[in-house]
Design a binder for this molecule. Structure first.
Ligand SMILES: Cc1ncc(COP(=O)(O)O)c(C=O)c1O
Length: 385
């Protein structure tokens, strides 16, 4: 059949697959064939969204709050986000600086869409969240990576960034607590990065999931910054799709225009639910954080017993990035082999940048019972090698 559409656009061809989804899809195929698989690959809370949030969503439906909202998001929600940043970090943000979006991911599209001209550079750590460079590159920018090392807890140092700055550097992207390492950026490093000059884009989606120390917002150090945040992780709301950006004032209008054209507004029901999350879900979050922390300690101990390399203990998010190079240097091959032979789904480090090759990422957003069985299966797999 003649194909009048011609080739797929180069910019779409250039986007790499998100490997974790490919592991998940293979795992699901094995499950359909009757295999028992334990999922430690996806970065998704295993908890139900807290009841107070679900009820607020149901109430919004019953009350017919089913229309487009303001393109920046419900004013009440933006005010609640400001109150949250004031309470948590002592910083003053006004609702006019907030753009509410259908997840943190669309906030990145608006942000980089408003920030980048072709060839502009964004500096980020390697390893990094798999999709960060995809957003930058898709929108015409260039991702510039700075290798960070396990030996000092994957810290991104201002000095290392300085060597990568060019006249085309538009921003520095940080993510603390980080995916995939689970580490927090030290206050000193954050302050030094804020002083480098280019604006800082701070992905704060794992804030609230911290087990030692405290996460700091980039706004504690500079206003020359964008914040990315969302409700997926802290409030176990991945499927609701709600996030936001806090932008410097002159970028809000451009981001708003992108939202009006391409998304119109975030969903109304998730916005009402998110309002309840900020107001009422504190005790639920505290309960989930307590459970994540128990799992974190257990998983770190077991992975170390199995000989996997964890130099500095992760203290945030719900990930452990463990060195498995001595088992196989090819993390893609190793992850799929563990999946097939041991029935444990894990994410290959290469998903997060070349510097994470040889590593595997384990998510502890799963029950203690399942994590314990997964560690036993992994032990059996390694023994049989
Ligand atoms: C660092 C980071 N940023 C953003 C996202 C996307 O989150 P959302 O569900 O809000 O689009 C993720 C999801 O895994 C993430 O790990």
């Amino acid at each position: 059949m003649a194909d009048g559409c011609g080739p797929v656009a180069a910019r779409a061809r250039a986007v790499p697959p998100f490997l974790v989804m490919e592991v998940l899809e293979r795992a699901q195929a094995l499950e359909r064939a009757g295999r028992s698989i334990i999922h430690l690959e996806v970065g998704e809370p295993d908890f139900e969204t807290p009841a107070c949030i679900r009820e607020a969503g149901e109430r919004a439906i019953r009350e017919g709050k089913t229309r487009y909202t303001h393109s920046l998001g419900l004013l009440e929600l933006r005010e609640a986000i400001c109150a949250d940043y004031r309470r948590e970090y002592g910083v003053e943000v006004t609702p006019e600086r907030i753009v509410v979006t259908s997840g943190t991911s669309p906030a990145m599209l608006l942000l980089f869409g408003a920030l980048l001209d072709p060839g502009d550079q964004i500096v980020m750590a390697d390893p990094h969240y798999a999709c960060h460079p995809s957003f930058v590159d898709f929108l015409g920018g260039t991702s510039v990576t700075v290798p960070v090392s396990a030996a000092d807890g994957f810290q991104l140092h201002a000095e290392a960034i300085r060597g990568r700055l060019t006249p085309r550097t538009k921003g520095i992207l940080i993510n603390s607590p980080a995916n995939p390492t689970g580490n927090l950026l030290s206050a000193g490093n954050m302050a030094a990065i804020a002083e480098l000059g280019p604006c800082v884009i701070s992905d704060e989606i794992y804030h609230g999931l911290v087990y030692e120390g405290r996460a700091r917002s980039i706004l504690e150090y500079t206003d020359n910054a964008f914040v990315l945040n969302g409700f997926s992780k802290k409030y176990a709301m991945t499927g609701w799709r709600l996030g936001y950006a806090i932008a410097p004032p002159r970028f809000v209008r451009p981001m708003q225009k992108l939202q009006q054209n391409f998304m119109i507004s975030a969903g109304s029901i998730p916005q009402y639910a998110a309002l309840a999350a900020l107001r009422d879900a504190g005790p639920d979050v505290a309960r989930m954080v307590g459970l994540y922390d128990e799992r974190r300690r257990f998983m770190v101990r077991r992975l170390r017993e199995l000989g996997l390399g964890i130099t500095v203990e992760p203290t945030g998010a719900f990930y452990v990035l463990a060195n498995a190079r001595h088992v196989d240097e090819d993390s893609h091959r190793l992850a799929f082999d563990i999946l097939e032979k041991a029935g444990v789904a894990v994410t290959p480090g290469i998903d997060f940048g070349p510097n994470a090759e040889g590593y595997l990422r384990f998510s502890y957003a799963n029950s203690m019972e399942k994590i314990a069985v997964a560690m036993d299966r992994l032990e059996g797999y390694l023994r049989a090698l």
